[in-house]
Write a protein that binds this ligand. Structure first.
Ligand code: RB5
Length: 154
C-alpha cells in the first residue's frame, strides 16, 4: 500500500496520536500528515474528522487514522462521508478483519480506551493487512447501492 498517511485527533486522542506518529516515522516507513489538533486544549472532533476524510476523498491519501477519547465521535463523523469506511478497533482481531472483510480506509481508536502498546500493534495490523475482495466486495457494493438509491430518492 501507499506509504503516506493522514492522521488526526481531538484532545482526547492527542497523546496517542503523537505516539503513533513517532512509531510510524521511527521505522521511516511512512510519511505522516498531521491534520491536528496540535495541543491538549479542549477541541471539537468533527472538523478534524472532516479534514482527514477530505484528504482521502480527494485521493491524496489511501488510508487515515482518527482518534478521540472513545473513538465513537470520530467514527460517527467519518462514516457520514460517502466512500469512507471507518472502523473503530479495540484489538488485533477487529483491526485485521476491518481490512480483510470491510476494506476499511480509516482506522479509529479510543485514546482513553487503549494502552499505547496495544494501539501501536493495532495500527501495524491495520496497515499491513490487505482486503480479501470476493464476496466481501459484493457486500461493500450493496452498501454503495443503498447510498446511491437514497441519493436518487432525495
Ligand atoms: C471529549 O471529551 C470526548 O467526548 C471525545 O474525545 C470523544 O470521545 C467523543 O466521541
Amino acid at each position: 500500500m501507499d506509504k503516506r498517511l493522514i492522521i488526526g485527533s481531538d484532545h482526547g486522542g492527542f497523546e496517542l496520536k503523537e505516539a503513533i506518529k513517532s512509531h510510524l516515522i521511527k521505522g521511516s516507513q511512512y510519511e505522516v500528515l498531521d491534520a491536528g489538533v496540535y495541543d491538549r486544549n479542549p477541541s471539537d472532533y468533527p472538523p478534524i474528522a472532516h479534514r482527514v476524510v477530505g484528504g482521502i476523498l480527494k485521493g491524496e491519501f489511501q488510508r487515515g487514522i482518527l482518534i478521540c477519547g472513545t473513538g465513537i465521535g470520530m467514527s460517527i463523523t467519518a462514516n457520514r462521508h460517502r466512500g469512507i469506511r471507518a472502523a473503530l478497533c479495540h484489538d488485533h482481531y477487529t483491526a485485521r478483519y476491518s481490512r480483510l472483510h470491510n476494506d476499511a480506509n480509516v482506522l479509529v481508536l479510543g485514546g482513553r480506551v487503549l494502552g499505547v502498546g496495544l494501539a501501536l500493534e493495532i495500527v501495524d495490523v491495520f496497515l499491513n493487512t490487505e482486503f480479501e475482495g470476493g464476496r466481501h466486495k459484493r457486500r461493500l457494493c450493496l452498501i454503495e447501492e443503498y447510498e446511491e438509491s437514497k441519493r436518487e430518492r432525495s
